[in-house]
Design a protein around this ligand. Sequence first.
Ligand SMILES: [Zn+2]
Ligand SMILES: [Zn+2]
Length: 502
Amino acid sequence: MNTTLCASFLVLSSLGLAAAQQIPDKFYFEEGKIRVLILSGRNNHDWRSTTPHLRRILDATGKFDVRVTEEPAGLTAETLRPYDVLVADYCGPRWGAQAEAAVEAFVRSGKGLAVVHAASYPFGIRNVLGEKMSNTGVTEKPWAAWAEMVGASWREADEKKGIPKTGHGRRHSYDVKWKDPSHPIAAGLPASFTTSDELYFSFVLSPKIHVLATAFNAKNEGGSGADEPLIWTNQFGKGRVFQTALGHDVHAMLAQGFIDSFARGVEWSARSTVTLPALISIDPKTKDALRVLLVTGGHDHEASLYGVFEHMPDIRVTVDPHPAAFRRDLRKVFDVIVFYDMLPEMPEVQQKRLRDFAESGKGIVVLHHAIANHQNWEWWWKDLVGGKYLLKDEPSLSMKMSTYKHDVDLRIEPSGKHPILKGLSSAWMRDETYKGMWRAPGTEVLLTTKHETSDEALAWVSPYAMSKVVFIQLGHGREAHENPWYRRLVRNAILWSSGRQP
Ligand SMILES: [Zn+2]
Ligand SMILES: [Zn+2]
């Protein structure tokens, strides 16, 4: 039995493999984008944070389809074939003959290579000019072609000539100046930019490199007292190489000049032209992005809440806690208010601003504990939200105090075909439940559960006529905030309440 199963599995796998090899690359890559492979996985720097950041910069431009390998030693000519450019965020042992030959042939054939910070220094110390190095302490035989691609190598100190070992002084803030502002990578950028980074000096430089930017390396910061080349390009065979000595860590990589020069450098090394703008944003928003006010305060919550609103180019969220959030007329500044606060009472002037906002037809989304807001303000719970979590027994409603329970594993069913439910199937979530809430007649229920610790209705659209108001009971903690299903639900509710289609 086992033998038969194994045998048929083998047959299936080899068929699968054969089929996979016939599928064109376009099914695996986003059409029209520059294909980038980041080489990472070892570094004397924190590659676990820098590599995702480099990827984020490239992703944010919308121009690149980015992949990462943490085991570059496994590269072959075939695995590299679909890519346009390699980004080296690597400093570590050599990759072996097959991977190194593949990378060398890749660049030489006319593709791109971008080298970041310490990636100019892996694979043992060697000299780009071909001079023999001594006492490097590195037993590995150097990979000469890497230095040739980078256009530079690191060196030991030469005391007779007074040349220091390649390195850097104290990390400090300094200005990087473009030396060739007409080069496609620099064109249109400000003449200089400020960063806080290490400032490398004493490279052995190939005479073939084209220096794009330098910085003055002050002696009182432990530097060389000279202008040091930091960003350059190089030619290797038909390939283009972009090298930046900047980028010690994410802090340094957040400098606007780093973001611009890196993204444009990667584009240039892939395509030899640059179409990316100056001042690239790593959190780009569309021109007509919805302006959303997230009101917090009065109840503790996990920081994971803010993640709910990330990676939404068409939604720009401003967080402002109550009561300060209502210090001004909100109609001019926001399209939607999302409530994630808990406030027993609010002065009349602030009540009026909230009411003006609702009566102007703007969107309102009430999340989780915000259903307990304004217990004594009937307009809020009876008219606007169409529901109330009762913080005490309410004989006038013939109702007892509502109850809650943490860490409940809930099964959730969508109800009806409301646009807010677009893309949302039945779901499972660990969250806090509420039971015994008052709910207005005429609410349109969006989600239900049968859990005994919860009211049946988990989300609804209020019957309030002057604006679109949505209540979502879910969303106590991380388990909800990080759940893509929950993020989609909140996003759909925001878009719909503003009048846009989810
Ligand atoms: Zn460093
Ligand atoms: Zn809660």
